[in-house]
Design a protein around this ligand. Structure first.
Ligand SMILES: [Zn+2]
Length: 380
């Protein structure tokens, strides 16, 4: 199977040989670090080691992609924040100080942003990986603008400002989007086949869904428009209340967790006539525990319900066994060997399935230009 073509077809909504088992979210595992000698923190700062770790899930577990980088502090660091890379394999870098803390109006993008911090290391790693593995999809990643803003001004302060001064928040989110667009433009030159934009802080429990359009719709669209490659938006948690928004922003994919019903997401995608493909959503918990039977069942279920790219529901925890990722890839193979794709085709064709949720109209909506909005609940 041509992995690059197969993934490109999945993103284009075309027929695929098999649904790709390419990881869109980060998959940097401790077992991979041990096998390659590329542990944390060196693999955050050394391009060769970043590639060695990034390729390990492909090399040892058959995952149909190479993913890098492995942390969400790169853009904040390049904007002038201090980052503690930490010294253990299971820990990811942390932002320890920011020049913008508690100061929304001070957020600015420095002129040398792209040459700061570890951004050049990521660019170098992308080039090395592309040359070393010309036949394997390379998946890059960066933070989303609202999450970046929370990192640099402090998330509690940002939440307070959302209530008291949403206009200033809007301006600052757009400045952070400018930073993300700089990174995206750099990736445009690097021949990546996919990219994950991690935007955990726009989850409904942090950003109220009724503020989605007003605060983040425009900056998120700007970023999707700037990407010449397949860009995927990833949001953590239960994103069911914001599916109508996230599937309507022009992203090539939306990556979501196992608490979201793929069938429900597919129905919304269909209603919106969206070209955003569904990505995920095997539970990180099953992967981390190495619960092989659950991984197999969840993979089958996601495939039945129309997932377009099969992978983990969120970043794969470093302590996950490589074998768990291998089981996910093999479950996808077994699904086809058993001819179960017929179920998938039937469901995809007839989006007349009786949805497994009840439509409940929202009681109030302060919708400036929001489309008609319905809250959907999953029937237990
Ligand atoms: Zn997540």
């Amino acid at each position: 199977m041509d992995l690059i073509d197969n993934l490109a077809n999945a993103f284009a909504g075309k027929e695929v040989e098999k649904v790709p088992a390419a990881s869109i979210v980060s998959v940097a595992l401790m077992e991979g670090m041990e096998k390659t000698g590329a542990g944390f923190p060196e693999s955050h700062t050394n391009a060769e080691k970043m590639v060695a770790l990034g390729e390990s899930a492909h090399k040892y577990a058959g995952v149909e992609s190479i993913n890098l980088p492995f942390d969400l502090a790169i853009e904040a660091e390049a904007m002038g924040c201090t980052v503690d890379l930490r010294d253990a394999n299971e820990h990811i870098p942390e932002i320890t100080a920011s020049p913008f803390f508690d100061d929304l109006s001070g957020v600015e993008l420095c002129d040398d942003f792209l040459s700061n911090g570890r951004i050049p290391v990521v660019a170098e790693a992308c080039q090395i990986a592309r040359e070393k593995y010309p036949d394997v999809p390379l998946i890059s990643g960066q933070i989303g603008p609202f999450t970046l803003l929370g990192q640099i001004v402090g998330i509690e302060y940002l939440m307070k400002c959302l209530a008291t001064n949403p206009n200033e928040v809007k301006v600052a989110v757009n400045k952070c989007a400018d930073a993300v667009i700089e990174v995206v433009k750099a990736y445009n030159e690097l021949d990546v086949q996919g990219d994950c934009m991690y935007e955990p802080s726009i989850a409904a429990d942090l950003l109220p869904p009724e503020m989605f359009d007003e605060i983040v719709k425009y900056p998120l669209k700007r970023i999707a428009d700037a990407a010449d490659f397949n860009i995927v938006l990833h949001v953590c948690g239960d994103t069911t209340p914001i599916l109508e928004h996230t599937l309507d922003l022009g992203y090539n994919g939306f990556s979501f967790e196992d608490c979201v019903n793929v069938k429900e997401a597919n129905k919304i995608k269909y209603d919106l006539k969206s070209n955003t493909q569904l990505v995920g959503n095997v539970a990180t918990d099953s992967l981390f525990k190495g619960d092989f039977e659950s991984i197999r069942e969840e993979s089958f279920r996601a495939l039945d319900r129309g997932i377009d790219i099969l992978g983990s529901s969120c970043c794969v925890p470093p302590g996950t066994p490589l074998k768990a990722m291998e089981v996910l890839v093999k479950a996808r193979d077994e699904y086809y060997e058993l001819g179960k794709q017929e179920t998938r085709f039937k469901n995809e064709k007839a989006l007349s399935w009786t949805p497994s949720y009840i439509d409940v109209p929202l009681p109030v909506a302060n919708c400036h230009n929001m489309p008609e909005h319905e809250e959907r609940k999953i029937k237990i």
